[in-house]
Design a protein around this ligand. Sequence first.
Ligand SMILES: CC(C)(COP(=O)(O)OP(=O)(O)OC[C@H]1O[C@@H](n2cnc3c(N)ncnc32)[C@H](O)[C@@H]1OP(=O)(O)O)[C@@H](O)C(=O)NCCC(=O)NCCS
Length: 235
Amino acid sequence: MKDFVIYGAGGWAREVFGILSALNSDKESYRFHGFLDSKPELVGTSLFGYPILGNSCWLEGRKNFAIIVGIGNTLARKRMVELLKENYQPYFPILVHPQAHIGPYVSIGEGSVLHAKSVATVNLNLGKHAILNVGAVISHENEIADYVSIHPNSSVAGAVKIREGAELGTCSSVIHGIEIGKWSVIGAGSTVIRNIEPFSVNVGVPTRTVKFLSEHDLYPDKTVLPLPKQANDTL
Ligand SMILES: CC(C)(COP(=O)(O)OP(=O)(O)OC[C@H]1O[C@@H](n2cnc3c(N)ncnc32)[C@H](O)[C@@H]1OP(=O)(O)O)[C@@H](O)C(=O)NCCC(=O)NCCS
């Protein structure tokens, strides 16, 4: 049985815990030790009866642990994955809720999480550390890059490309053949019928672009994560 920790103790980490519990109730697959978090005030407290063990230093000397980085913010998730890879030898499993559906010719990268009722239909690629939230659907010939978050009940039609770190808000939809630029955001309930610029925020039916994001906008709280080594445009 694999030893397992979740990095983070916020909303998405709790959802990941829910998926883990569902998996373990089907068949005891993971030995869950608790949560890791960078906020010192959380260390020593508990969540769902499991301890918040410490920050990433807790992994020192613990080489065979499976880790899901349960951080909802896409850029913060990327930074934490990079930090863990630089300093430890993490194993990032793919976590699939027992009620998710994965069809044939689907490839999924390490660290990605597929929640209940999510569907990956056929012949598509989902990158690393991506999120397919409750009821989200991705479909044929989708090319979905690393760190993409597709939120509850969103639907992506065929042959759509979604670049790194893009986020699709709850109940959004994307028509066939669209390209969604890296680190862009689609608002909740929005419908995408045209290609989306990198770093842009887009809302409405059909979407209009309302602003462009800097790295600071993407992840304002730099207090718990190291600063990037390179400039903004290399995200
Ligand atoms: C798109 C979003 C990120 C914009 O947030 P923001 O950067 O704080 O932007 P603002 O609230 O300043 O909104 C900017 C404009 O877009 C409009 N807008 C924002 N979200 C919208 C949405 N989902 N649909 C339609 N219009 C929207 C605002 O009314 C505002 O319009 P105005 O300038 O004409 O007044 C946010 O509203 C959103 O929809 N997030 C999705 C969150 C989500 O689904 N999370 C899932 C977690 S599981």
